[in-house]
Design a protein around this ligand. Sequence first.
Ligand code: SAM
Length: 414
Amino acid sequence: MKYSDFSWDFREADTKRFTHCYHSYPAMMIPQIAERLLVKYGMNSKILFDPYCGTGTSLVEANLKNIHAIGTDINPLARLIAKAKTTLINTQLLDLYLKDFNDFAFQFRFGITRNYSVVLPQFSNIDFWFNKRAQHKLAIIKSFIDNIKDDHVRMFFLVAFSETIRESSLTKKSEFKLVRIQKEKRDNFDPDSFGIFLSKLSRNKNGLLEYEKAKENVATSAIHSFNTVNYIPDSKIADHSMDIILTSPPYGDSRTTVAYGQYSRLSNQWMGIENANRIDELLMGGKKKNHPYSINSFILNDTIEKIAQTDEKRAKEVFSFFVDYKKSIDNVSKKLKPRKYACYVVGNRTVKSVQIPMDEITKEFFEMNDFRHVETIIRNIPNKRMPSKNSPSNVVGDKSTTMKHEYIVVMQKK
Ligand SMILES: C[S@@+](CC[C@H](N)C(=O)[O-])C[C@H]1O[C@@H](n2cnc3c(N)ncnc32)[C@H](O)[C@@H]1O
């Protein structure tokens, strides 16, 4: 059954409640979708798996319902945010650090301390993306964070720092790819990084308190860095052990759809992640390969053929993504218990004027793994969330809406 249902649009919903307010990220799942799917398909679940967990929206919602959760994502920034969002902190200790930071920041914001010596980080292109003023302020904030002894508090600070990095950089904030602001703006750019950071900390503290109040249980989340295309180790997630799978996978490779790695690069670099500029290559479909084999899917092959009529190279790239996607679904499928549900929230993007029916392809790939189709709910993407605003032509600034709908594909393991 495949049908449209407006009640899944959540037009007026507060999507930033609880710790969901911590950090923005491209193509985030709406928490209300995760929550509703858990009520519909996850009753009595003890453990959830999200194989592309991003910032952990489904993990937070699972934990709120006393369901343990396991997430995996290749992007270190996403993992940091997901971990922070699902971690309760000793708030008394947090308050002490917040007060300390307030006093610390005061000296710099109001020019009381001028000769604070701090080592600026060195990573490629730092001067291209940050002027010296911003580098200096960020390095001072980072030095404070590095001295936080408590892991949970440090993580909480790092997440707020990550958004501060972005806002202190010379990037256009309306793009999620890295694009520099114009020269005239660059010359006078002097971000109040301390002020930005303080307001993020305060917003996130409110979210944390709200989360703490709502969460009346001890459910926790574990977050891993497995590449779901390659393999998901049995030692961490045994076959047939998960009660529900709930996720939103990438819609295509990072180069032509959502550049998760690029969006996260500056934060990852400030946090000392090696090869932060190569993450997009590691993500699904990131490496273009010439695949010697075919996939026995009429829908996929038909779509690829249509694209190939105008652009063979693009057709190969799209196929390459779906080879990865198929491998990933094969790996993920094994982890679910029999008769339990896998819920995939996907989008059908358009390449060379050909719409790619990712919902149908997802259904077929699961059927090849002995699942039956339960339903596909078509919802409108009502607000300005990233997936509707990606750049279809891969031209920076081209914000034409490629996707107006999302498809919630629900499959049941036989
Ligand atoms: C649509 S986003 C998930 C967003 C998430 N639901 C949220 O609300 O934040 C897809 C995620 O898949 C991750 N990803 C891409 N390829 C992956 C792979 N092969 N293995 C694991 N994660 C991958 C990306 O880094 C990205 O964070």
